[in-house]
Design a protein around this ligand. Structure first.
Ligand code: COA
Length: 259
């Protein structure tokens, strides 16, 4: 097992760090193997309430696929292998807990695709975003063409994908690519504060609220409303909901168990 991605769990937060700083955290097969393994581990661990994805080193969140590994697709077997590898990023769909992307520096190609898989994107003011793929003769193939339009709308997604132009953090905030922006020196602290706030909430409510928003987004309104009602019914029967109300009445901090 490589250490191309490392995970540390602290106080309810799993910090998943893309850990190839000498290559600006470019995505190699080690990263493709580690991401699903670590995300599945974080999902299975009851001590983890929130996941944060970040990049190691001062320069980048992630600059996309490792261009030094690019080879001609020589056979059907290789092509099949490429498709299997392309599935690594779908591991994000299996994480029911909130996932935060904490972005500094370059966030390009597959790096942007990782960020788009996350529920909340917080970025440092030195962050730079873009899809360089078409200039390299291919397309953002780890879900980027699909998730960009869902996050940004058709027009902005087409602009980013087809122009390949980079945008800075304030432009990214303006178009809704990130929802939070801070000074680079404050990124870790701001990310930790947000993660801690979310980790302290009733975990089941967090997971089902995420499910309602995410799954509902791919449904028509009537089905989305039905989904929301079903998930709410489930939450109405949880101990944590009663505990939240009791703690409010008794003017004390709540103690949530996830039940
Ligand atoms: N794949 C492989 N190596 C990468 C990489 C990538 N996607 N992105 C950066 N690196 C490596 C560089 O090769 C270099 O390694 P070296 O020091 O061994 O030569 C190191 O990271 C630093 O990159 P460098 O290009 O020297 O830094 P820079 O500040 O001049 O430029 C970028 C930074 C991000 C603009 C530039 O590295 C770049 O364009 N990278 C490719 C981005 C891209 O097209 N990604 C999409 C792939 S689908």
């Amino acid at each position: 097992m490589s250490d191309d991605v490392v995970m540390q769990v602290m106080e309810g937060v799993a910090w998943v760090t893309l850990n190839r700083p000498d290559s600006m955290n470019a995505i190699n097969n080690g990263v493709r193997e580690a991401i699903p393994r670590l995300l599945d581990q974080a999902q299975a661990d009851d001590a983890v309430r929130v996941v944060v994805v970040q990049g190691a080193g001062p320069k980048a969140f992630c600059t996309g696929a490792d261009i030094r590994e690019f080879n001609p697709v020589a056979s059907l077997a290789l092509d099949r292998q490429r498709r299997v590898h392309a599935n690594w990023i779908n591991a994000f769909e299996r994480v029911r807990k909130p996932v935060i992307a904490s972005i500094h520096g370059y966030c390009l190609g597959g790096g942007l695709e990782i960020a788009l898989c996350c529920d909340i994107r917080i970025a440092a003011d030195n962050a730079v975003f873009g899809f360089p793929e078409t200039g390299l003769g291919f397309l953002p193939g780890a879900g980027g063409t699909q998730r960009a339009s869902r996050v940004l709308g058709l027009g902005l997604a087409l602009d980013l994908v087809l122009s390949g132009e980079r945008i800075d953090a304030s432009q990214a905030q303006r178009i809704g690519l990130i929802s939070r922006l801070c000074e680079a020196s404050a990124l870790r602290e701001q990310t930790a504060a947000l993660a801690a706030k979310m980790a302290a909430k009733p975990p089941l409510a967090m997971q089902l609220a995420k499910e309602a928003v995410r799954q509902g987004h791919d449904m028509n309104l009537a089905n989305g409303i039905r989904l929301e009602a079903d998930l709410q019914t489930h939450l109405l029967n949880t101990q944590d909901r009663l505990e939240a109300a009791a703690a409010f009445r008794e003017k004390r901090p709540p103690k949530f168990t996830g039940q």
